[in-house]
Design a protein around this ligand. Structure first.
Ligand code: FES
Length: 285
């Protein structure tokens, strides 16, 4: 508190000094015929010529000598004759036109500049961002290789670059799936795979796989999903969210910038039951 008071007082004094110095400077500026202290001290060091050193002429003497010089003609420099040209007024039309042209160009230039800036901003906004990893479309690889990797990993393939799980979708369930899922989901499912967002739709925890039950089981509040992300238990409001997929020449691409909401509670296209003990107990909330 005391320190703050001292700082405030110091600031007030500083401000007062600054104002006083400014006013003084202004006074000095407006004064005419007044020598600065620095100039006076400099002059003090120089030699001063006084009337006792040199006898200076008086004002009358100077005037008298000027009159004499003028009479004798020595002080007047005669002007040389020069060619006189007639003054021609500038063309009013031309002056007006150039002023108009200047104004027109200024307006057009400003307009073009503004329009260019706006256009640039719009282009920058619409231009597809150069992103890689999560949020971008990720080429995962050949579907046949992916299925092999899933099997090698025990039923679940994790891709950290896309924050996603990739699992197999059984061919026998595809007819049922066609009545539930959208085209971008079915594109991968019909090829035999599905890409699921790792984030739990309940409160956003990362959902891990459970190798014993062959389900996904959330450790936060116990939500459970079958291997294709359809909800089987817990407080989650729906199945696991998933990504739009495309398959071209047998290569799977997953658009991680396009998250599709998981299926509603009750959707169970594969009918997969827990294949062993669960990793997580019942829901805690
Ligand atoms: S965050 Fe997964 S169940 Fe709550």
């Amino acid at each position: 508190m005391t320190i703050a008071l001292i700082v405030i007082i110091a600031l007030v004094v500083l401000a007062a000094l600054t104002v006083a110095a400014t006013l003084r400077g202004r006074d000095a500026d407006s004064a005419t015929g007044r020598l600065e202290r620095e100039t006076l001290s400099r002059d003090r060091g120089t030699v001063t010529i006084t009337e006792t050193d040199v006898e200076l002429p008086t004002g009358k003497e100077i005037e008298r000598s000027a009159v004499v010089a003028r009479r004798e003609g020595s002080a007047v420099v005669k002007a040389q004759p020069s060619e006189i040209t007639e003054w021609v007024a500038p063309d009013a039309e031309q002056v007006g036109a150039s002023r108009r042209a200047f104004l027109n160009r200024s307006i057009i230039g400003s307009f073009a500049l503004g329009l260019g800036g706006f256009g640039g901003g719009v282009l920058a906004f619409l231009w597809p961002p150069f992103i890689t990893g999560f949020g971008a479309t990720i080429s995962v690889g050949k579907v046949s290789d992916i299925i092999q990797s899933i099997r090698d990993a025990g039923g679940f393939l994790y891709r950290p670059d896309g924050r996603m799980w990739i699992t197999e979708y059984p061919a026998g369930a595809i007819e049922k799936a066609r009545g539930v899922y959208s085209g971008p989901e079915l594109a991968g499912m019909e090829a035999g795979v599905i890409a699921l967002f790792q984030k739990c739709p309940h409160l956003g925890c990362r959902v891990p796989e459970c190798l014993t039950s062959q389900w996904f089981e959330c450790p936060c509040h116990g939500s459970k999903y079958n291997r294709v992300g359809e909800k089987r238990g817990g407080p989650a409001p729906r199945g696991m969210d998933r990504f739009a997929m495309t398959v071209s020449d047998g290569v799977l691409s997953v658009n991680t910038g396009n998250v599709i909401q998981g299926p509603a509670i009750g959707v169970n296209t594969t009918g997969q039951e827990a294949e062993g003990p669960n990793c997580i107990g019942e829901a805690t909330h």
